[in-house]
Ligand binder design. Sequence first.
Ligand code: C2E
Ligand code: SIN
Ligand code: SIN
Ligand code: FE
Ligand code: FE
Length: 341
Amino acid sequence: MNTSPDMRRTLLLVDDESTNLQVLRHTLQADYRLLFAKDGPTALTLVAQDRPDLILLDIMMPGMSGYEVCTALKRDDATRPIPIIFVTALNESADEQKGLELGAVDYIAKPFSPPIVQARVRTHLSLVQATEVRETRLQIIRCLGAAAEYRDNETGLHIVRMSHYAWRLAREIGYSDEAADELLHAAPMHDVGKIGIPDGVLLKPGKLDTAEWAIMRQHPIIGARIIGDHPSGLLRLAASIALHHHEKWDGSGYPHGLAGLAIPQPARIVALVDVFDALTSIRPYKPAWPVDEAMDYIRQQSGRHFEPALVEAFERCLPDILIFKERWADEPSELTEQVGT
Ligand code: C2E
Ligand code: SIN
Ligand code: SIN
Ligand code: FE
Ligand code: FE
């Protein structure tokens, strides 16, 4: 007996006419697990019990219409993402329009041709899958960034704050929404190389000695290696940021001593917001600085550590930055006691 769970996608077929359901069953049963409903209320019950991956929905049904079923499903956060394909009788193009306005992804005209039904179902399931793959990728990236951050920062909120600061600063200097979002998702991995730094160094309460500092300065290279070589996209951006986030505008940073515009712009942005958040947060080796003192330091480092135009842009968006800082403030914790004052 095969005891493995059924991994096929589940479709819900809703039609008040048995013959239509039978045709759909013959068309789809080889590839999918099927649920059937002959009226709206039954369809809603089945969706609640056994969340289908896609719904084929008849419009004209006695009692509750397909429109009403669709409206109910789109109102609920849990069921809104399920793609709905309306199955409409011919010559109902006004109805088709209404169905799409209600949030359906497509419609199929009756009497339907089995290959078209199969193709439409396949298309819409693969669109859902593409969204899931993208979501999963972002979650994995967040997990990696958080894994590094948890080692020296109890809450992991540092990466949430600094990535939003980076997003805001990027918008201020003219990044498009898409480009700023890309930075928002890549920036959390900037310190992923700290995974490779021994606790004795990373969590040392005091100043690092020369040997320890040499180890610590490896974290950008370790991070870029962990993320790996990618021809394009989010991970390429993340690797560039991890590698270059400790370079300084005047060329005195590490690992390569790059200066000015030779430092990739995303890394220049992250360098500034990372230091701002490190200064205004508690660390195993230092207490949190007040915002005024952190800003004095950042101004003083304009043209040294940081690109002058970025320091100016950061000043302009400081009010928004401070809203993010409040929203993701660290809770007072044992770290506070450990460092003292
Ligand atoms: P981090 O704690 O995430 O700090 C990021 C950057 O913020 C630092 O990069 C530095 O540019 C700035 N920053 C943080 N705290 C201070 C501060 O008190 N004064 C000044 N002027 N700048 C500060 P940096 O220096 O390259 O350090 C990289 C990482 O090395 C730090 O990341 C931290 O994990 C570690 N680290 C640096 N200094 C010490 C230390 O004295 N003791 C220990 N245990 N770790 C240190
Ligand atoms: C990259 O090319 O991977 C990062 C983007 C940039 O450096 O401008
Ligand atoms: C990259 O952009 O692919 C990282 C290497 C670099 O920026 O020098
Ligand atoms: Fe770092
Ligand atoms: Fe950091």
